[in-house]
Design a protein around this ligand. Structure first.
Ligand SMILES: Nc1ncnc2c1ncn2[C@@H]1O[C@H](COP(=O)(O)OP(=O)(O)OP(=O)(O)O)[C@@H](O)[C@H]1O
Length: 625
């Protein structure tokens, strides 16, 4: 499923998962229980132990009640020893009945304690489990490729998995509760079987219709929710742009508030109508099936009453059997519905676990080559071609050029020419679809992506504005050195961020961004200086600045690049900029057009060539005259 334009969902999905699919989904329960066990062995064991004790309680209470009734019936036939209760006591006639009453009281009190303790253990366990799932999700997402994050299908899967991380906690209690109910049913059924074996046959009559109905509606609800993931993501997105700090300026000035609300309402209403239809169907059929269950119960009850009247059963037996049957009937339904609900929930688990099955494709080779330090000869693009996954369009094709070690290369070209894509290929965020990229003769595919990233300092045009302190905003450039104040100082100095930080009330400790209280927002250019410092935190062999200076004023950009040139001596560097004042400083310039090289050379050579570069340069220079 993907976000295809013009996609029209059917009113209700008609094909439910097959029985086989449902059984396969049940296998996910094993993974879930293993995950819960990993979360806390002690709490999992405690929850199971408490439930086993609780499971035996109903039959014990019913049996105590039977003993009380039978004793009362016996005592009512005895000649009273005297007029007062004391006479009964003294005669020792009340000993048994008092013992039975105390037994029942103790059982009821114990049950209350146990169920509270189970609730407590489950709620703690479920919070721990939900944290555990979130951590595992984040860890797994961090392993995946950039291509996954740039695909709508992946975003849908991640969104579904994320919902499951928080939403499946009830399942934990449900699975354990189910096991508890099964034990209770077995003990009650054993009692019932001893008195009236064929009564048990009446039970399935009452629950089979409900089970069928539940399983059908569970599937429907799941299919709807799955089908609607893109719309739900759109709702989330609309909610975000309608009310967030980054978007407030533009939304206000363009007067988009009402438009966003209307769009949100329309989409939310469609989803509401579908959900309401399923809810109404479910409630209607549920009521009908519950009536069938009650009929079965009363048929059995009438039979037990008749047997008691005819003297086959005692009054105590009547109390025990009708109590057992009532509970069994309820429990049987609960268990079977529980199974279908668990099966229904396990469909959602598929959303969670199938996310964990997505594997990265840009992988280190079995015996990776080390990134050359220093780079001696240079970087070579050898007939490189690249298409983004699931697209047919060659973004770059037949691209061959050499970037000699220690030189600065500038990439110039119109929007969409493929400049950022070249950076993604150079940093092995993607592998080329054809051709190869080598550093000192070694194919990038022979190196581990993490090793490449450790030796490259890149700042993209859409760098992150972290809502962290100024220090951490620079420190994240080299996370292991985030406490190294000298290094951070030097990086800030080199990127001109030092001046920005000096003006902050709390200096390096100043919280940046508007997300948190006491946060200080920076101007676009100030943010860029902070971001560029991140690239300087690394001992990078290769420095890449992908248009991160667009918001800098002309003076600051000239200064940033003068420093960049100074620092890049001996380092290989790539810069992407639309400003020719910056580009001209590069040792070599590539002019790209539609993913191919149109012109290449130094600034002077390209101006002399009087081609596209000279034309664009003139155009920009004329703007300043
Ligand atoms: N993740 C993606 N999936 C599919 N196509 C993409 C993806 N990213 C970029 N493209 C397409 O690849 C082409 C080149 O994009 P790229 O970002 O490399 O251009 P650019 O030269 O850096 O442009 P700009 O100057 O606007 O930053 C564009 O046509 C763009 O639509």
């Amino acid at each position: 499923m993907s976000d295809l334009p013009g996609r029209r969902p059917p009113p209700l999905p008609d094909k439910s998962p097959t029985l086989r699919d449902q059984i396969d989904n049940l296998a996910h329960l094993g993974r879930l229980v293993a995950q819960i066990w990993r979360t806390s062995r002690f709490l999992t064991a405690a929850s199971i132990g408490l439930r086993i004790i609780a499971a035996l309680q109903p039959v014990a209470v019913l049996y105590a009640a039977k003993l009380i009734v039978d004793e009362v019936v016996r005592l009512s036939a005895v000649t009273p020893p005297g007029p007062g209760i004391l006479d009964w006591f003294e005669a020792g006639l009340l000993n048994s009945v008092i013992g039975f009453l105390l037994l029942e009281l103790a059982l009821v009190l114990a049950n209350d304690l146990i169920s509270r303790a189970t609730g407590l253990v489950d709620s703690i366990l479920s919070e721990l489990h939900s944290n555990q799932v979130s951590v595992e999700l984040m860890q797994h997402a961090a392993r995946l490729d950039l291509q996954h994050f740039e695909s709508a299908e992946y975003q849908d899967r991640l969104e579904r998995a994320r919902r499951q991380a928080a939403g499946r906690n009830a399942l934990l209690s449900q699975i354990f509760g189910q096991a508890q109910d099964i034990i209770t049913v077995m003990t009650l059924a054993a009692g019932l079987f001893i008195y009236a074996p064929w009564l048990i046959l009446l039970l399935p009559l009452s629950f089979i219709p409900s089970v069928w109905g539940e399983s059908r509606f569970n599937s429907l609800a799941y299919m709807l929710s799955r089908w609607r993931t893109p719309e739900r993501r759109e709702l989330e997105y609309l909610r975000h742009i309608g009310a967030s700090a980054e978007t407030a300026k533009e939304v206000k000035l363009f007067g988009l508030g009402d438009y966003l609300v209307t769009r949100f309402k329309g989409l939310a209403h469609q989803i509401f109508l579908e959900n309401r239809r399923v809810a109404i169907l479910r409630a209607g059929w549920g009521a009908a099936f519950a009536a069938i269950a009650s009929l079965a119960y009363y048929a059995a009850y009438a039979f037990i009453v008749w047997r008691t009247i005819t003297g086959v059963f005692s009054l105590g037996d009547l109390a025990f059997l009708s109590g057992s049957f009532l509970r069994l009937n309820g429990l049987f339904q609960k268990i079977l519905l529980g199974f279908t609900q668990i099966a229904g929930q396990s469909m959602y688990l598929d959303d969670l676990f199938s996310f964990f099955e997505i594997e990265p494709t840009v992988l280190p080779p079995p015996a990776p080559a080390a990134f050359p330090v220093p780079i001696r000869s240079g970087i070579v693009f050898d007939n490189v071609g690249f298409k983004y996954p699931e697209t047919d369009h060659w973004v770059v094709r037949n691209l061959s050029f050499t970037l000699p070690a220690g030189e600065t290369l500038a990439l110039v070209g119109e929007n969409g020419a493929g400049k950022t894509t070249i950076v993604k290929l150079l940093t092995r965020l993607y592998d080329p679809s054809e051709g190869r990229i080598t550093i000192d003769g070694v194919d990038l595919r022979q190196m581990a992506p993490a090793d490449i990233h450790a030796h490259v300092g890149v700042i993209f045009q859409d760098f992150i504005r972290y809502s962290f302190s100024a220090r951490d905003n620079i420190g994240v450039g080299r996370i292991e050195a985030r406490e190294d104040q000298d290094r951070i100082d030097t990086a800030a100095e080199q990127s001109l961020a030092k001046g920005v930080i000096a003006r902050l009330p709390k200096g390096y400790d100043q919280q940046l961004g508007r997300l948190f209280k006491q946060g200080r927002d920076l101007s676009g250019g100030e943010w860029q200086k902070v971001a560029i410092a991140r690239a300087y935190m690394r001992d990078a062999e290769l420095i890449i600045l992908d248009e991160p200076t667009a918001a800098l004023d002309a003076k600051a950009e000239a200064e940033v690049f003068a420093r960049f040139k100074g620092l890049a001596i001996g380092k290989t560097a790539v810069i992407i900029s639309h400003r020719f004042s910056t580009v001209r400083m590069a040792d070599r310039i590539l002019v790209l057009d539609n993913g191919a090289i149109l012109e290449a050379g130094t600034h002077e050579q390209l101006v002399a060539l009087k081609g596209r570069y000279a034309e664009l340069f003139e155009l920009q220079a004329a703007g300043y005259r």
